[in-house]
Design a binder for this molecule. Structure first.
Ligand SMILES: Cc1ncc(COP(=O)(O)O)c(C=O)c1O
Length: 387
C-alpha cells in the first residue's frame, strides 16, 4: 500500500541534507562545546556556525539566540522568563494577554502563571481564526507583563496581526512573544522589522530533527531563565547543547529559507488539488473548509476540513487503514476526544468541530497523492454514511 503523509504540521521528515549534517557533526567524536580542549573547540565551532546561520536568516544578532529542546520549551521559557522578570521589575505588571487559539505549549504555560497569581486575558478570534488588533489594543495596558500571539495557527493556518499587536505591546511596555513554530519557513520573519521581543521556533517542523528549538530574546528584554545549571547559552538556558541537532536545524533552516517561494507554491498546489478533488467527489455540501478564505491570510500548507456527520476519529482511523496520515487538530490533542479549542473559539458548531481533519503538506507530497486522498475520503464517507 502506498503511504501518503499529510501531517507535516505534526512533524516533517528530516531533510536529507539535515540528516547528513547531523551525521557529520555527530561523527566528529566527543566534544562538549563548553570544554576548552580541541574536542570542545570543534563542537563550539559547529555550534557557533549554526547560530550565525540562524541569526542571518532571522535578521538578529547571534547572541540573541538561545537553543532549546524544542518549540514547547521555547514557549514555556519565553512566558515564564518574561513574566517573572517583568513582575520582579514592577509588581504592577501582572497580566498576561494571549489568544484563545494558541498551542497548548503557550496556553498551559499561561495557566501555570495564572496559578502563580498572574491574571490571564484570552483574546477571542473571528470565524476565520483571526485575532483582532483592536481587541488587543483594548486588552493591553500599563499592567500587562507579557503579550503572546502566534504568528500562524497550527490547526487552521490563519496568520495573526503580530506586527500591529507587537507595536501596541511595545508602546505600553509589555514584552511581546510570538510562537512562530508553524509560520517559520513559510512566512518571512525579519526581526529587524518585527516589533517582537521573544520568538519561538522548532526544528522538526521545517525538516530538522525533533527535540531541537530556538528562542530569540531581543537584547535588553526582561528575562529570567527557567533551567538552572551551567552557564551555557549566556546563562539563559543551562544544559549541554545538542550540537549535532542544532547543526542539522541550521542546515534545514537554510534550505527552508532559501526555497521559501517554491515550497509555498508546491504546498499550495497540493492543497488546491485536495480541495478540487473533494469538491468533485463529495460536492460542495459534503465538506466545509475551516480557516481563512484569503490566501494571503493563511499558511499555504495547512488545510482544515470538516466532513459533517462523520466523526473525525472514525475518519482518521479509516484514512490510516487506507495509508493516509492526517490529524484531528494539533498532535497533542489527537487521540483525545476533546473538540479542538481552536475551532471552538472560532465559533464552529459542535458537529463541524467533531468532524474536522487537518491535512498538512510538505516537500515529499505531490498532487496525485491529493487526488488519490480525495477519492479515498469519498469511499470512506459513502461507507460510513451507509451505516
Ligand atoms: C504552534 C506550535 N507551537 C509549539 C509547538 C510545539 O513544538 P515542539 O513539538 O517542538 O515542542 C507546536 C507543535 O505542534 C506548534 O504547532
Amino acid at each position: 500500500m502506498e503511504l501518503i503523509y499529510f501531517d507535516h504540521s505534526a512533524t516533517t521528515p528530516m531533510h536529507p541534507e539535515a540528516i547528513r549534517e547531523y551525521a557529520e557533526t555527530a561523527a566528529l567524536g566527543p566534544g562538549n562545546p563548553s570544554s576548552l580542549h580541541a574536542h570542545g573547540r570543534a563542537a563550539r565551532s559547529r555550534l557557533t556556525a549554526a547560530r550565525d546561520k540562524l541569526a542571518a536568516i532571522l535578521g538578529c544578532s547571534p547572541s540573541e539566540l538561545v537553543f532549546t529542546g524544542g518549540g514547547t520549551e521555547s514557549d514555556n521559557a519565553a512566558l515564564y522568563g518574561a513574566a517573572w522578570a517583568q513582575r520582579k521589575r514592577d509588581p504592577k505588571r501582572s497580566v498576561i494577554v494571549t489568544t484563545a487559539i494558541e498551542h497548548h505549549a503557550v496556553l498551559n504555560a499561561c495557566r501555570k502563571l495564572e496559578a502563580e497569581g498572574f491574571e490571564l486575558v484570552l483574546l477571542p478570534v473571528d470565524e476565520t481564526g483571526r485575532v483582532s488588533a483592536a481587541d488587543a489594543d483594548k486588552a493591553i495596558g500599563e499592567t500587562t507583563a507579557v503579550v503572546s500571539v502566534m504568528a500562524a495557527n497550527n490547526e487552521v493556518g490563519t496568520l495573526q496581526p503580530i506586527g500591529e499587536i507587537g507595536r501596541i505591546a511595545r508602546e505600553r511596555g509589555a514584552v511581546m512573544h510570538v510562537d512562530a513554530v508553524q509560520a517559520f519557513g513559510y512566512e518571512p520573519i525579519d526581526l529587524r522589522e518585527l516589533p517582537v521581543d521573544l520568538l519561538s521556533l522548532s526544528a522538526h517542523k521545517i525538516g530538522g530533527p525533533q527535540g531541537v528549538g530556538l528562542l530569540y530574546i531581543r537584547q535588553g528584554t526582561p528575562y529570567e531563565p527557567t533551567l538552572r545549571g551551567g552557564s551555557q547559552e549566556r546563562n539563559r538556558r543551562a544544559g549541554t547543547e545538542n550540537v549535532a541537532g542544532i547543526a542539522a536545524f541550521a542546515r534545514a533552516a537554510e534550505i527552508a529559507a532559501g526555497s521559501r517561494e517554491e515550497r509555498r507554491a508546491h504546498a499550495a498546489a497540493v492543497r488546491s488539488a485536495l480541495l478540487e478533488g473533494l469538491a468533485e467527489e463529495l460536492g460542495p455540501d459534503g465538506f466545509r473548509v475551516n480557516g481563512h478564505p484569503d490566501e494571503s491570510a493563511r499558511l499555504p500548507h495547512i488545510l482544515n476540513v470538516s466532513f459533517p456527520g462523520l466523526s473525525n476519529e472514525t475518519m482518521l482511523m479509516n484514512l490510516d487503514l487506507s495509508g493516509v496520515a492526517a490529524s484531528g487538530g494539533s498532535a497533542c490533542t489527537s487521540g483525545s476526544l476533546q473538540p479542538s479549542h481552536v475551532l471552538t473559539a472560532m465559533g464552529l458548531p459542535a458537529h463541524f468541530c467533531q468532524s474536522a481533519i487537518r491535512f498538512s503538506f510538505g516537500l515529499g507530497n505531490n498532487t496525485e497523492e491529493a487526488q488519490k486522498t480525495a477519492k479515498i475520503i469519498a469511499t470512506i464517507a459513502t461507507r460510513l454514511r451507509r451505516r
